[in-house]
Structure formats: structure tokens, C-alpha cells
Design a protein. Structure first.
Length: 79
């Protein structure tokens, strides 16, 4: 346990950021699973795409990962 005030604050910030990132990553994965399902709707795919864009913009996932998933979804939707 840190003794310095700034280190304590950094621990609090890290703990809250970790919880937030975990929740957002979980929501993203769930949306991707729904979008990749054979019975997925256009709305589910659009939700997944917007979550991917947001996650890439916020640094939760790499931008190339988001692009790759979006490309695969678009290819699957047209096929």
C-alpha cells in the first residue's frame, strides 16, 4: 500500500479505470457476438460498429482491430 498521497490517488484512478475498461470491453464483446450471429439484425451490427469505433477512439482496442472486425462484419452481411 503506498504512503505518498499522489500514489494513493493513482491507485484509486487505476482501480476505477480498470473497472470501466472491463465493463466497456465486455459490452463490446457481447455486441460483437450478437452481430456475428447468423440471425443478427442490421441494428445489432450498427450497434457493434459504433461500439468498435468508440473503443478504438478511446484507446480500449487498437484501431486496426476495430477496422478488421468492421470489415469482417461488412463482408458477412453482403455474403
Amino acid at each position: 500500500m503506498p504512503n505518498i498521497a499522489s500514489a494513493k490517488k493513482n491507485m484509486r484512478k487505476t482501480r476505477s479505470a480498470t473497472a470501466r475498461n472491463r465493463a466497456q470491453r465486455s459490452a463490446l464483446r457481447t455486441a460483437l457476438k450478437k452481430a456475428k450471429a447468423p440471425t443478427s439484425t442490421a441494428e445489432e451490427r450498427m450497434d457493434a460498429i459504433s461500439l468498435l469505433d468508440r473503443a478504438a477512439r478511446k484507446g480500449l482496442v487498437h484501431k486496426n482491430l476495430a477496422s478488421r472486425h468492421k470489415s469482417k462484419m461488412a463482408k458477412a452481411a453482403t455474403a
